[in-house]
Design a protein around this ligand. Structure first.
Ligand code: SF4
Length: 330
């Protein structure tokens, strides 16, 4: 899965609520690990506390339909802004992930059975929120024979029926060792297929130990082989100790796989038990990454400290479509 996290604590504070007891309950595999230092956040990472009535409305629709969102589960710093515009990213297949990535705040453990009614609930919430573009992500479900691919397809089909005008972006797990799973999701025809690399290959063992870098690259390449018209997208976090040259190499790897859209955001440490922030990348370096990525041929790039996979996903999708038409000479 896909997640950047933040506890939006004040600068200099240690993340409080999730620091110990709660973190242990949510991440039993991390409980024995030594506490990691928590760095003070720089001035450019500031978010407003959510207060707007539309934010509450979004919250009510999510609750009424008993849905999970990555916005809440991952403690996304943009929740105030996004939910005030009714932009929520639904996280399907439960709230418990079978992987244990060092950066992610989604609860880990053995998940329960799939909710057969979830496609309908997600579709109804999408229609109720009046979304022009919806992002659907999930926990990793290594326990399921198809990794949850058929469930993804059912969610896509249900949204097409309930909200035919809504474009659909899926942000999927890597379906590692799940033969044929990717094909099932692509056949359901989402508008955007997103799968995050999360970090550079040298950091995989520590940051994303259950995943394989080249498998993820190949997954994205395969989407294009299956459907050339489908937009593909991937994202990384910086501030995990990666070298600049490694980021540039990763861009080349993604372009080799013909990925259209790259997102780059700052990693924020959810609790003391998670991977420490190795550095805060200043806004001008994000801008430089953006310029280089466009030069390397990406159709669309979003690179800023608070960029997240699903942040402004609808507006960015419209721009990406426009960029493709321009490229084709329309
Ligand atoms: S950026 Fe994505 S995950 Fe974060 S609040 Fe917005 S929609 Fe949710």
């Amino acid at each position: 899965m896909v997640t950047l996290l933040d506890t939006t604590n004040a600068p200099g504070e240690q993340p409080a609520a999730k620091g110990d007891g709660k973190a242990k309950a949510r991440h039993p595999e991390k409980a024995h690990r030594p506490d990691q230092p928590v760095q003070r956040k720089p001035a450019w990472i500031r978010v407003k506390a959510p207060t707007s009535p539309v934010y509450r409305e979004t919250q009510d629709i999510v609750k009424e339909n008993k849905l999970h969102t990555v916005c809440e589960e991952a403690g996304c710093p943009n929740i105030g802004e996004c939910w005030s515009k009714k932009h929520a990213t639904f996280m399907i297949m439960g709230d418990t992930c079978t992987r244990a990535c060092a950066f992610c705040n989604v609860k880990t453990g053995m998940p329960g059975a799939l909710d057969a009614d979830e496609p309908r609930k997600v579709a109804e919430a999408t229609a109720k929120l009046g979304l022009s573009h919806v992002v659907i992500t999930s926990v990793d479900r290594d326990d399921l024979a198809d990794g949850g691919a058929a469930h993804f397809a059912q969610v896509i089909q249900a949204i097409r029926q309930a909200a035919p005008g809504t474009t659909i972006e899926v942000l999927t797990p890597d379906f590692l060792r799940k033969e044929g799973a990717l094909e099932v999701v692509v056949a359901a025809k989402p508008d955007v297929f997103n799968h995050n690399l999360e970090t550079v290959p040298s950091k995989y063992l520590k940051v994303r130990p259950g995943a394989r870098y080249f498998h993820s690259i190949r997954l994205l390449q395969r989407v294009k082989e299956l459907d050339r018209t489908m937009f593909t997208k991937s994202g990384i976090m910086v501030g995990l100790g990666e070298e600049r040259n490694e980021v540039l190499q990763l861009m080349d790897d993604l372009r080799t796989a013909e990925v259209d859209f790259l997102t780059i955001g700052q990693y924020l440490q959810p609790t003391r038990k998670h991977h420490p922030v190795m550095g805060f990348v200043p806004p001008e370096e994000f801008k430089a990454y953006e310029t280089i990525a466009y030069a390397k041929g990406f159709l669309m790039v979003s690179s800023s400290p608070l960029t997240r996979s699903s942040h402004h996903a609808g507006d960015d999708f419209a721009r990406m479509k426009g960029n493709r038409l321009q490229q084709l000479g329309y």
